[in-house]
Write a protein that binds this ligand. Structure first.
Ligand SMILES: [Zn+2]
Length: 336
């Protein structure tokens, strides 16, 4: 259904386009070159392996619709990209995992490069979101709760500061051959879906409780870097966390690698459906699993925004044949 406020939708869309096109400086330390549009996950060998018709599907925003988040089909050259690095650094940094040779997931640096790209895409997204919000605040035609918007901007800026703790460690690892992160990986049955996401271990409730108790923001949230992608007829699940966070997050991460495949599949499904927005899937996977569920995905996003406990695994499993029905039932029951 179309939005009842097309003028506002146009302002939001214009602000978003402006924010995206102006966030385009290479994120390599001390580089000021203009960034090129590059894939979050390499096209060759990974994205191309699941795009039988040179297209993929992703969750994207359309402000002209009432339920403004839904799955959209886009060409492989345009989809799953961001302007993060200049041409020189984009090819230089990632050559180890993008050349034709097989990727060695026991190699620390190779794993780090996946997390590095995920982290920078997330940094880029946060910068874009802040610019959109600042653009809206300064726009005379929009009546919004400015205090709330200012608080959201402040939170996003804190998020950038937190993320920079991780990206600084990553750059330092790359240049000094140190290992500040722990990575785990697992080979799974091929699923035509590719995900690169950051998962905040601390739940919204915990972050709020901390603020309430100590009257200040948490020093830093604990972030887990997740990549789940098709590679050589299997799917690889790769997760990493900072060594400083070991005592806090290790057992949570290990569950994904120690439990049987069935349980891990359910965990992944819940994570992708409720917690992560940065993923793409093939046309056939979309048809089989997600077609006709736009409204459910929109409601799932709202549900997880209010839920407060992002570590909870919900009973939806897109590896099962009755996923569509189960997901609809879940949303009907919990959101309406
Ligand atoms: Zn550069």
């Amino acid at each position: 259904m179309k939005t009842e406020r097309p003028k506002i939708a146009k302002i939001f869309t214009d602000c978003a386009n402006k924010a995206k096109s102006s966030t385009n400086i290479c994120m390599y330390p001390n580089c000021n070159q203009k960034a090129i549009n590059s894939h979050i996950m390499q096209k060759n060998g990974i994205l191309s392996s699941i795009s039988d018709d040179k297209h993929l599907w992703e969750l994207s925003v359309d402000h002209f619709k009432q339920e403004y988040i839904g799955l959209q089909r886009k060409g492989i050259n345009k989809i799953y990209t961001f302007t993060g690095f200049c041409n020189n650094h984009d090819s230089l940094i990632f050559s180890k995992i993008e050349t034709q040779e097989e990727i060695d997931f026991d190699d620390y640096e190779s794993c780090l490069l996946f997390a590095l790209r995920t982290a920078h895409n997330e940094l880029w997204l946060k910068e874009v979101v802040i610019k959109i919000q600042e653009c809206i605040i300064n726009h005379p035609g929009v009546e919004m709760n400015n205090e709330m918007l200012k608080e959201t901007i402040r939170q996003n800026k804190l998020g950038i500061k937190d993320l920079e703790f991780y990206t600084n460690s990553m750059w330092s690892d790359l240049s000094n051959k140190t290992e500040s992160f722990v990575f785990e990986y697992r080979e799974m049955v091929l699923t035509q879906l590719c995900l690169n996401s950051i998962y905040t271990y601390d739940t919204s409730q915990e972050i709020m409780d901390y603020q309430y108790k100590y009257r200040k923001d948490m020093e830093r949230t604990s972030e887990i870097f997740i990549s789940y992608f098709p590679y050589l007829n299997k799917s690889i699940l790769l997760m990493g966390y900072h060594k400083d966070d070991t005592s806090k997050v290790k057992s949570f991460v290990n569950v994904f690698f120690k439990e049987n495949i069935k349980r891990t599949n359910r965990r992944l499904s819940s994570l992708i459906t409720f917690n992560c927005e940065t993923w793409v899937c093939s046309n056939s996977f979309y048809k089989e699993k997600f077609e006709g569920l736009d409204s459910e995905f929109f409601k799932a996003m709202q549900f997880s925004g209010k839920n407060g406990n992002e570590r909870k695994t919900f009973d939806v499993d897109f590896f099962k044949p009755d996923f569509k029905k189960n997901f609809r039932d879940f949303i009907n029951k919990n959101v309406g």
